[in-house]
Design a protein around this ligand. Structure first.
Ligand code: PGA
Ligand code: ZN
Length: 425
């Protein structure tokens, strides 16, 4: 095993042109690797803290304090440590930070180091990052898992906080459930995406894209978004509900006013019960197999109601609800909220804690969806996490824009090089 000889961070930029943290770790044998952290826009209030400088530079969004924490505080603690020992490295980061939400060092600082340690270890052993993630999973849980390629949810129509249009629901996604392999996943999704563009143009709708690469037109209603996607699946000569399904991320916290779910685009407002009925009517009418953040993150009664009502027939995903935090998630499991969890490294701030949350989901029969953030970089660690842990699903935006496509391209390479890694059902 090789020891860490240097940890260095610099400020780089994400897909929205906002500063973020990049970290390089070097070993005593000269091997080095880098990682970069992403950033959310519709963040859950209980996420680990992303440390921003809040000064007069970069509109307050600089991350030079997080970088100084790496270069001057956390990095020196790791010198001489074995990079492969991810649990020990993450424990040093968590202990030094000393808070529940990484608010002392910043989760952007801890995650950059945590990821860079995994990258350099995989490189040093000349193995794929997904193989290394799988070993870390075994170290943490004592269990082994099978590799698999995740089924993606492609966000092809953007609304909410990720776009400048009148659509309230944040993400309208296609799930090519009937594809036989990842090459076909990409072919179908790309063809549907470009057919959607043609359909939008033919209606004189905008084909400009939102933060995650999906189109972001003004529409007559939220439901029209689903109709347009169905039309684009059919224009691709594929069958909605058989070849390709639909998934939504309501990100409902963003349009909950404390009492009601306010859909400005539809000129409607609903209480929790009415909003449950509205979503139930959508899953009855359309092949919607998954809804994320269907309710506000603090509307526990609403979550209980919707899980009871439609949880047997639809995947209900907690993102802002669980924020990848094992303790918050466990409380939600006890209350029977949702049946799946979105997994985002930077909501919690280290690889070890992320994997502990995934393990908790498995022990409680919740599905995991590995996810990007709306602000991304060319870092593709999440693709390897999904394969290495055999997570059945991934969500990383539209089949468009390099910050999104980089993750899908990585999965194409993994499929091509490893004949025994198959697409999950
Ligand atoms: P965010 O959005 O990265 O802006 O939080 C992604 C999501 O809500 O799933
Ligand atoms: Zn979400």
């Amino acid at each position: 095993m090789s020891k860490i000889s240097d940890v260095k961070a610099i400020q780089v930029f994400d897909s929205r042109g906002i500063p973020t943290v990049a970290c390089e770790i070097k070993l005593d044998n000269g091997v080095f690797a880098t990682a970069m952290v992403p950033s959310g826009a519709s963040t859950g209030s209980k996420e680990a803290l992303e440390l921003r400088d809040n000064d007069s530079n970069y509109h307050g969004k600089g991350v030079l304090n997080a970088i100084s924490n790496i270069n001057n505080k956390l990095g020196p603690l790791l010198k001489g440590k074995e990079s492969e020992n991810q649990i020990e490295i993450d424990k040093i980061l968590v202990d030094y930070d000393g808070t529940n939400d990484k608010s002392s060092m910043g989760a952007n600082a801890t995650l950059a180091i945590s990821l860079a340690a995994a990258h350099v270890s995989a490189k040093n052993k000349n193995i794929n990052l997904y193989e290394h993630f799988s070993r870390i999973y075994s170290d943490i849980t004592g269990k082994r898992n099978k590799y698999s390629l995740p089924m993606p949810m492609f966000n092809i129509l953007n609304g909410g906080e990720h776009a400048d249009n009148n659509v309230d629901i944040q993400e309208f996604m296609i799930v090519p459930s009937g594809a036989k392999d990842f090459v076909q996943v990409m072919k179908w999704s790309m063809e549907i995406y470009h057919n959607l563009k043609k359909i939008l143009s033919s209606k004189n709708y905008s084909t400009a894209v939102g933060d995650e690469g999906g189109f972001a037109p003004n529409l007559k209603s939220n439901e029209e978004a689903i109709e347009l996607i169905i039309a684009s699946i059919e224009a691709t000569k594929l069958k909605p509900g058989e070849d390709v399904n639909i998934a939504l991320d309501c990100a409902a916290t963003e349009f909950f006013d404390g009492n009601n779910y306010v859909l400005d685009g539809d000129n409607q407002k609903y209480n929790s019960e009415e909003f449950t009925e509205y979503l139930e009517s959508l899953i009855t009418k359309y092949p919607i197999i998954s809804i994320e953040d269907a309710m506000d993150e603090n509307d526990t009664d609403g979550w209980k109601m919707i899980t009871k009502k439609i949880g047997k027939k639809c995947q209900l995903v907690g993102d802002d609800l669980f924020v990848t935090n094992k303790n918050i998630f466990q409380e939600g499991i006890n209350e029977k909220l949702a049946n799946s969890i979105l997994i985002k490294f930077n909501q919690v701030g280290t690889i070890t804690e992320t994997i502990e949350t995934i393990n908790c989901a498995r022990e409680n029969n919740y599905k995991c969806i590995i996810s990007h953030r709306s602000g991304e970089t060319e870092d593709t660690s999440i693709s390897d996490l999904a394969v290495g842990l055999g997570a059945s699903q991934i969500k990383t935006g539209a089949p468009c824009r390099s910050d999104r496509i980089a993750k899908y391209n990585r999965l194409l390479w993994i499929e091509d090089k490893s004949n025994d890694i198959l697409l999950d059902e």
